[in-house]
Design a protein around this ligand. Sequence first.
Ligand code: NAD
Length: 500
Amino acid sequence: MTLVEPSVGSAAETFRSTNPASGALVAEFPVADEAAVTAAVERARTAAHAWADLGFDGRRQRLAAYRGYLARRMHELADLVHRENGKPHADAVLEITLAVDHLAWAGAHAKKTLGPRSVNPGLLAANHQAVLEYQPLGVVGVIGPWNYPVFTPMGSIAYALAAGNAVVFKPSEFTPAIGVWLAEAWSAAVPDAPDVLQVVAGLGPTGTALCRAGVGKIAFTGSAATGRKVMATCAETLTPVLMECGGKDAMIVDDDADVAAAADAAVWGAMSNAGQTCIGIERVYATTAVYDSFVAAVTDQVRALRPGSDDDASYGPMTMRSQTEVVQRHLDDAAATGGRAVVGGSVDGGYVAPTVLLDVPESSAAVQEETFGPTLTITRVADAEQALELANGTSLGLGGSVFAGSARRGMDLARRMRSGMTSVNSVITFASVPALPFGGVGESGFGRIHGEDGLREFTRAKAITRQRFPLPVALMSFGRPAKAADALARVMGLVHGRHR
Ligand code: NAD
């Protein structure tokens, strides 16, 4: 089962996705209405039982078949990503590679992370076996964005499936064909469990219907503004939520940093994917010692970038017009508040010129709000402490980067950065390490995908005790002898009483 058709009797509304570079039609799909979403979730509920019964090894084998399928058809999917999202083919290949890697990790580590284990029963329950295990939630609803239409939803889908859940996925209305392709690939690669991964295509209301459909959890990735609406809808049914929202990630460049490496990383972190990266670098705080050389190195590189839709372009068009409007507003606000663009600063149709902004005040929208475009502000600071204070000064806190010569200093700054993830002497690396959890703080959201935490996110902890033999004196019984409390107090005195 892949695309859910509108239910019988409902208006056969459709919607279209287009190529952001040419405006050409990419695909047209029926909108999945409430009835269609409910039906998909019902099918998933049935499928989830058999999927859970397969056990970790059975699921691992099928997840391997899925990743094998994706790897074999890498170019076909990358071509679709290029057409529907606009990013260069090579960047799409990189994105799919990351997703495949996560599928492999999730499948390989689910058993060890979630399977039953005995834990120490403690003193009072010494005659019991204590077992902890992580059980699937049943059906997980995944609501995804358009900017990394394969990698981002797969960060939830792979981990939810490996943990034993079925998934109903609502892709972004800007990249529905990619979502449908992923579900069709699942049906082809795992023909004995097609309803375990289904897609419901549609706009916001389709996502709302998924929130109300009685799923075990909603894994939402998108803007903080939509995240609030998703939480409000899920509150109606006490449906738990995972929130992967936007970022305003900062890079700190310390006195002893490798300036050339920092500049190279900042430009890639800010401009790749046309800056439409939740963990993209949007702000740099460079100390006085390195500021001038850093700005020179960045501007040199940025001048060589060229947006376009061909294979050699540095990055593609903005995926949708509304995004160019946000970037334009931030550029205008930066200019109006004393900032200046030393490179770029213009928006031409669907393309934003690679832009470096200097002297932008901290209060500006270009520094405080997620821009999601190929722009970078660079701010001079006295030292790394001031850089850290400013880096931590927005309501968002997703990722970030520190460039420092001293490993100790770099790690210290990384720990104190108010974000869920930080890379030292590189950008974005944390996202490529499947064993590391991914998620933010503040308005960037809560909960984690990837790694062991990402597997546990799609489960509920189950605690079981099993009495192995009865004790001569049962403490939790109305039949206990009167002196049992004295004996217990004496034992406690011996075990804990010596601690002062
Ligand atoms: P968005 O918030 O506009 O939409 C996200 C998804 O929510 C879409 O599928 C949309 O159809 C759906 N939706 C819209 N209204 C809804 C409603 N009322 N109820 C339920 N679902 C609804 O986000 P976007 O523009 O698609 O994506 C860009 C944003 O995503 C950026 O802020 C970016 O930083 C963020 N993002 C975060 C991560 C992360 O892992 N933290 C990853 C990628 C993107």
